[in-house]
Design a binder for this molecule. Structure first.
Ligand SMILES: Nc1ncnc2c1ncn2[C@@H]1O[C@H](COP(=O)(O)OP(=O)(O)OP(=O)(O)O)[C@@H](O)[C@H]1O
Ligand code: NI
Length: 354
């Protein structure tokens, strides 16, 4: 077997507030293989973004208190600032839900792409803390040489007539175009891993579909791995090979996209799927899972979903959850699987009864 591109093991990331500790990520483990598109799904607050930020080593003000993150075998948890700079400049890129938090309004989009190209060529060009605000110099020295690359990147992400937009500022771009611009900036560093945190959530459905299409085209043309964070399990079905379902800072279930969508084993995954818009009649109110997301203060005893789970009993709130092998690589962290309906077995039952 080849080495995974990214390997996260037993990751714990905490936030200290004035009087308490928030266990935002609470023992998360998963791998991403080269060229694989992995979806991370879960409700708001389940720890998806903090996991992603921890991988990029942007967890501050949070702290990674336990576990390891390895990129091509290199430990990121102990990495020096210099190593992290190099990785961000040349190996991993991240795009966020709101491009305006990353795009700098006082520089043209093309200047910001050029900055990213420069950081790629020389990672030390960029101070660590500047990662989220890419350009910091108004410097056109390399412009002529980089111009063609910029135009190429802009067209790769579907920005029409890039030559005519070289002088455009972020505010002159529509929401969808800004998200494409963000992607172009992220791709300028030629990452092997692109982390996209809700990249389409703020966009309307048509634009969302276009961006997802671009992501899947890129993955094929660049042979890049993508970690796609979304609370929308429908988005996952469009582009992901594999899905990681998170809840309460923990991984509830992992499997191929098909396994997760057609034979979910964890009660939480089943509940999430029941809330998918496609499953409800039009105009009917969207179903939501009953109960509240746990507050993640202090160590959670047992399964974080137990208080909302229809199958939970006393064991679920006391022991730590076993990770059960459901076959063909699918895994669910649940101690009540024998009580939870198995969609596969039911399907067989239906066939057999005919
Ligand atoms: N800066 C912070 N200070 C304190 N707590 C934080 C901070 N950032 C995140 N958290 C907490 O960490 C937990 C996980 O948050 P995270 O942003 O990872 O969730 P998420 O799954 O990405 O949700 P969403 O879908 O809303 O983006 C939440 O309980 C959140 O309140
Ligand atoms: Ni998030």
């Amino acid at each position: 077997m080849t080495e995974p591109l990214l390997s996260v093991e037993n990751l714990h990331t905490h936030f200290e507030t004035h009087d308490r500790t928030v266990h935002a990520v609470n023992g998360v483990s998963f791998d991403i293989e080269p060229g694989e598109v992995v979806g991370i799904v879960g409700e708001s607050g389940s720890g998806k973004s903090v996991t992603a930020r921890s991988i990029m080593r942007l967890e501050e003000p949070g702290k990674i208190v336990d576990g390891s993150i390895r990129y091509r075998g290199e430990a990121l948890t102990e990495a020096t600032d210099e190593t992290i700079r190099r990785l961000r400049g040349q190996d991993m890129s991240m795009v966020f839900q709101d491009p305006m938090t990353t795009l700098n309004p006082v520089f043209t989009v093309s200047e910001q792409i050029v900055e990213s190209l420069k950081v790629h060529d020389n990672p030390d060009h960029q101070p660590l803390r500047e990662y989220l605000r890419i350009p910091f110099l108004h410097d056109r020295t390399d412009w002529a040489e980089k111009r063609d690359r910029v135009v190429e990147l802009m067209s790769e992400v579907g920005i029409p007539n890039p030559e005519e937009r070289l002088d455009a500022y972020p505010h002159e771009f529509s929401g969808g175009m800004r998200q494409r611009a963000m992607l172009a900036i992220a791709l300028a560093s030629e990452p092997d891993l692109l982390i996209a945190d809700e990249p389409t959530t703020a966009l309307d459905v048509t634009i969302q579909a276009q961006i997802l299409q671009i992501l899947s085209d890129l993955r094929a043309s660049r042979d890049m791995s993508v970690m796609l964070i979304t609370h929308d399990i429908g988005v996952v079905s469009e582009v992901c090979d594999r899905v990681i379902v998170m809840y309460g800072g923990q991984v509830m279930e992992t499997g191929t996209t098909e396994q997760i969508l057609t034979q979910p084993r964890h009660p939480y995954t089943q509940a999430l799927l029941d809330c998918m818009p496609q499953q409800t009649e039009r105009k009917e109110q969207l179903a939501t899972i009953e109960g509240q997301v746990p507050n993640q203060l202090g160590d959670i005893e047992g399964c974080p979903f137990a208080s909302r789970c229809a199958y939970a009993d006393a064991a679920c709130t006391s022991a730590s959850m076993p990770v059960c092998d459901c076959g063909d690589g699918q895994e669910a962290a649940c101690c009540a699987l024998d009580r939870v309906p198995d969609p596969t077995r039911e399907a067989v039952g239906v066939e057999g009864s005919r």
